[in-house]
Write a protein that binds this ligand. Structure first.
Ligand code: NCD
Length: 307
């Protein structure tokens, strides 16, 4: 992955690349836990350019870079605190930032923004979320988490639950899951079901899937239930968000529908979509998943920036 951009998970068509990345992420986990992280990115600078809010993605990228011995420059509300407010284009901000940093992690509200940035950038761009488009590093850490939790991905059945229309995490996850022999249950209110583009991808990759509209469809055949909140910021009509926002909430009774070895995941924030009582159950994997973001992003930075 030497100096490559990471824009979409569709660029990962080789399972060997993922396996290598996951092995390195496990090695990073081992090193972090032993407080013996090799400072292999000393002398490198990472820019975090965030035009949309973030907790996990920005902090875990920044922590990853710091732990590997590199440095970070960061704009956490780039729309307000960078020259974007004066009217500078994304392209110009990228051209200039690329002169100061060796890699740019970009989050931006417009679909396609990461691709636009990559087209003019002299340094690798990592897409940390382009509007309702994609969030490839989230999906990488999600698949890494499934591998860590259940030891395999082939043969699993997953329920993807929530705002399948707007969730960039779901979109990126679908492209990766298409590389494996899996089965999907897509749970969403009709208006928020997966769009045709992604359904076509599933069909082209012979991924078996069925659709449902409520959590009653969850059952003991499932290995993973992957939740994601209704994406408020992607609705043109706030009234429609209000009508749909409480449609799917995962509660203790939903855990009873699952087998003991299943896992519940969520890229977070949960914003009410998973009842707090669920946290106590060992099947709740979402905080471990967030923790894995650090290890996976360390591995990714180390793969992209040559030692
Ligand atoms: C996701 C995002 O920003 O797309 N959050 C994250 O990076 N963990 C998911 C979400 O906000 O729902």
């Amino acid at each position: 992955m030497n100096r490559q951009h990471v824009i979409t998970t569709a660029q990962f068509f080789d399972r060997a690349v993922l396996e290598r990345l996951f092995r390195l992420a496990s090695e990073m986990e081992r090193q972090v836990k032993a407080h013996r992280v090799e400072r292999r990115l000393q002398g490198y600078v990472m820019a975090a350019l965030f035009y949309e809010p973030s907790t996990r993605t920005r902090f875990s990228f920044e922590a990853a870079m710091h732990r590997l011995g590199g440095s970070v420059i960061s704009s956490e509300a780039a729309g307000q605190f960078s020259s974007a407010l004066k009217g500078e284009s994304l392209e110009d901000s990228i051209r200039v930032t690329g002169g100061y940093a060796d890699l740019i992690v970009l989050r931006h509200p417009e679909v396609g923004s990461a691709e636009r940035a990559a087209a003019v950038s002299s340094v690798p761009i990592i897409n940390a979320g382009d509007g309702g488009g994609e969030h490839p590093t989230q999906a990488l850490l999600d698949v890494f988490t499934i591998q860590q939790e259940l030891g395999r991905i082939d043969g699993l059945k997953l329920a993807l639950v929530g705002d399948l229309r707007h969730s960039r995490s779901m979109h990126s996850l679908l492209f990766l899951l298409g590389l494996y022999d899996i089965e999907l249950l897509l749970v969403a209110p009709k208006q928020l079901q997966l769009t045709e583009t992604y359904r076509r991808y599933l069909k082209a990759n012979k991924v078996r899937y069925s659709c449902a509209e409520s959590l009653e469809a969850l059952d003991k055949s499932l290995d993973i239930v992957y939740m994601n909140r209704i994406q408020k910021e992607r609705f043109d009509d706030p009234g429609e968000y209000e009508r749909l926002k409480d449609y799917l909430t995962f509660r203790l009774k939903n855990l009873d529908q699952l087998k003991p070895a299943a896992r519940v995941m969520d890229p977070l924030p949960r914003v009410g979509k998973i009842d707090l009582a669920v946290d106590q159950d060992p099947r709740a994997a979402y905080f471990r998943q967030a923790q894995n973001g650090l290890y996976l992003r360390m591995a990714l930075l180390a793969e992209i920036l040559p030692a």
